[in-house]
Ligand binder design. Structure first.
Ligand SMILES: O=C(O)C(=O)C[C@]1(C(=O)O)C=C[C@@H](O)C=C1
Length: 110
């Protein structure tokens, strides 16, 4: 095997792995987009009914669950927790914006 052959094999392996990484990154973007579509609706519901943007008890349950999932998937639970906190902080920011622009007097059944 020549040096040129090795380089081609390494290049092919790198390209194959990067193809999978690109697919995974695309899936992450699509999943996050779906999650934000749901949280947008939660934010509108909370704003309409004057519920607080953040729910620390719910967050504690989510973090506990995600840490367990991460452990069984051999992902660093601290990383999983940081990622969830990062996403939730953005969601709460969106909720606060929605609450600031919410109709102050929603009609019956709103
Ligand atoms: O479940 C809610 O109440 C939400 O507003 C969604 C969400 C989340 O992104 O998962 C965001 C903020 C809350 O503190 C808890 C959870």
């Amino acid at each position: 095997m020549t040096t040129r052959d090795i380089d081609e094999n390494v290049r092919a392996e790198l390209d194959r792995l990067r193809g999978s990484i690109d697919n995974i990154d695309a899936a992450v973007v699509h999943m996050l987009a779906e999650r934000f579509k749901c949280t947008q609706q939660v934010g509108m519901l909370k704003a309409r009914h004057h519920l607080p943007p953040a729910d620390p008890a719910r967050e504690a349950r989510q973090i506990e669950r995600l840490r367990e999932l991460a452990e069984s998937a051999r992902l660093d639970p601290a990383f999983a927790e940081k990622l969830l906190n990062f996403i939730i902080a953005e969601v709460i920011r969106h909720h606060e914006t929605l609450a600031a622009h919410a109709d102050p007097e929603p009609g019956p059944g709103a």
